[in-house]
Unconditional design. Structure first.
Length: 166
């Protein structure tokens, strides 16, 4: 299974044919928008970014709030990064308001993306303040965590509201 993302304005993206397909969701954040298609076939977008789904739980259409954590990983660090995510505890799936998670490997030189969808922004905030979040991230920045040399740059997070679930 693959996941494809293209970016633009909400008005532009909602008029693309893919916006009305049953495998797409449209996201919006302060005037920026992203159209996401999860499917088996080829990239449906002329300017889309392609990702292989390494880990998937839940249904994208169940979410109303999306968080995309972009993580820049060195070429040498990709196998260790992927292995660590395959062994993740899966605590987020037990949280109230959790809808879906996708761990995404880029097809080209884009960052990895860890995308979670929530029933509300409040549910995501509650997860960040929970004991389960602290447990899931307890090794970040420590000798037990992933070595910093694995990352080719800083990670960044983008939050979106889900505006359309075709």
């Amino acid at each position: 299974m693959k996941l494809y993302i293209t970016y633009g304005t909400q008005h532009f993206l909602e008029n693309l044919p893919e916006a009305s397909s049953d495998h797409s969701i449209l996201l919006e954040s302060s005037g920026d928008a992203a159209l996401i298609a999860e499917l088996e076939g080829e990239n449906p977008f002329q300017e889309g970014h392609g990702y292989e789904i390494l880990n998937a739980r839940g249904q994208l259409k169940e979410g109303s709030f999306a968080v995309l954590n972009h993580i820049q990983v060195t070429e040498e660090g990709k196998s260790l990064f992927e292995e660590r995510f395959k062994q993740r505890a899966g605590l987020v799936e037990q949280e109230s308001g959790f809808a879906a998670i996708r761990v995404l490997r880029p097809e080209e030189n884009d960052p990895y993306i860890v995308m979670t969808l929530w029933k509300s922004q409040g549910d995501f905030t509650s997860w960040q303040q929970s004991n389960a979040y602290a447990e899931a991230h307890k090794n970040r920045g420590t000798g037990s965590g992933l070595p910093q040399t694995l990352f080719s740059g800083p990670s960044f997070v983008k939050e979106y509201d889900v505006v359309s679930k075709s």
